[in-house]
Design a binder for this molecule. Structure first.
Ligand code: HEC
Length: 139
């Protein structure tokens, strides 16, 4: 009787420690890819910002929008501030699906609207997302 209890106890210890090990191994296996994916996502985001920065110049946005100062259009920082406060979506605005919230003066809105209807409509969803990612990265 005593012996079998001992054996059972021993078996339980072995079983539990095996289980623990397995759990740790599984955890490790899961953690590694998550870290890798995180790195990849980070790189993709940085890539996206770089592409957006390039587009911001190539597509002439930079002629009307500077980081800090209002030129023809509001500064990128002013746009970011209002979009953050009002939970706005730059991509949606660029697609012409949401109204202006930064400068609602009709003359000003018309200037930006001319861009949206003129060439922004030809940009791909990825390009618009990159532009928005770049704008948001301007701190
Ligand atoms: C010819 C000048 C001009 C160019 C080029 C231009 N913008 Fe604008 N933009 C404006 C003006 C003026 C406003 C202010 C009116 C408004 O807020 O809609 C504005 C406003 C904006 C806003 C804020 C919209 C809001 O909610 O009020 C965003 C975002 C924006 N522009 C992004 C861009 C991007 C991205 C590009 C390039 C693809 C671009 N603009 C090119 C003049 C320009």
């Amino acid at each position: 009787m005593k012996k079998s209890v001992l054996v059972l106890g021993l078996a339980a210890v072995i079983f539990t420690s095996c289980g623990e090990k397995k759990k740790e191994e599984v955890k490790k296996e899961v953690e590694t890819p998550v870290e890798t994916v995180k790195e990849e996502v980070k790189e993709a985001v940085v890539d996206n910002i770089e592409l957006g920065k390039q587009l911001f110049t190539d597509k002439t946005c930079a002629t009307c929008h500077q980081a800090d100062a209002k030129v023809i259009g509001p500064s990128i920082k002013d746009i970011n501030k209002i979009y953050a406060e009002q939970n706005g979506n730059i991509v949606t605005f660029l697609k012409g699906e949401s109204a202006a919230i930064v400068d609602t003066d009709p003359g000003q809105v018309a200037i930006m609207k001319a861009n949206l209807d003129g060439f922004v409509k030809d940009l791909s969803g990825d390009e618009l997302a990159a532009l928005a990612a770049y704008m948001r990265s301007v701190k």
